[in-house]
Design a protein around this ligand. Structure first.
Ligand code: DC
Length: 232
């Protein structure tokens, strides 16, 4: 079992996933994208045409779905049973429904267990990213990072991820959607999005991805001086 953990939390569009992947590659650690797990359960709920108000059935889906998520930072494949849902979990339908599904205690307790056991099984080091990693999933993690960015910057990043040149009206809309999802994720009763009191905050608005990665790798070397020779 590893004691080398970097817990990275932050809101949608703060750059968590790409940064976590790059950090894991640099350190040659595994990486766990916990948002992809919540998205996988949401995909299964929509696939079975379960209403978002039907909490009991959603709880059953959470317990019964077999979720496989690759932890190799070069492979972001996600499966629900035999279905490759790597693309499907990024659909607008899943994105719209995931806040509601991830607010349920039944869903969270199943996935938190899965997250903890994945970390416990890791041989060396784990970069794990989400919303409640430093506060709930791994409160004893020795390195916790909370990434933020201005909502406008996050909207612009989302636009370039989608390969689109967005008009200012589109950007307004995307920024509003991001603010709405932040409010839902931060305002929910169970495990709201919040920085752990011992997390290091990094505002990425004016930083390149490479600068953020470099900063976190440096922090990892300070907190875990024993990590040998991470690749450049
Ligand atoms: O990071 P993401 O956008 O893929 O996350 C999708 C949703 O999952 C997000 O709206 C909040 C939820 N989530 C969560 O509640 N807890 C986590 N640890 C990770 C994600």
């Amino acid at each position: 079992m590893t004691t080398h953990v970097i817990a990275i939390d932050g809101p949608a569009g703060s750059g968590k996933s790409s940064v976590s992947r790059q950090v894991a590659k640099r350190l040659q650690w595994i990486m766990l994208d916990t948002g992809a797990m919540y998205r996988a359960i949401t995909w299964a709920v929509l696939d079975q045409q379960i209403a978002l108000e039907d909490f009991e059935s959603i709880g059953r889906v959470a317990i019964n779905s077999e979720i496989t998520i690759h932890t190799d930072p070069d492979n972001s494949q996600v499966f629900v049973g035999d279905h490759d849902v790597t693309q499907g979990i990024r659909s607008p339908e899943v994105t719209a429904a995931v806040s509601a599904v991830s607010a349920l205690a039944s869903v969270r307790s199943r996935l938190v267990d899965l997250q903890r056991s994945t970390v416990a099984d890791a041989e060396y080091g784990v970069v794990i990213e989400g919303r409640d990693i430093g506060t709930v999933v791994l409160p004893d993690a020795r390195l916790k990072v909370f990434l933020t960015a201005d909502p406008r910057v996050r909207a612009q990043r989302r636009g370039s991820e989608l390969g689109q040149d967005l008009s200012s009206q589109d950007l307004d809309h995307m920024e509003a959607t991001i603010r709405e999802r932040d409010a839902k994720d931060s305002g929910r009763e169970i495990s709201p999005l919040q920085a752990a009191s011992d997390a290091i905050n990094i505002d990425t608005s004016d930083l390149t991805q490479e600068q953020v990665v470099e900063r976190i790798v440096q922090l990892a070397r300070e907190v875990y001086p024993e990590i040998s020779n991470p690749s450049p």
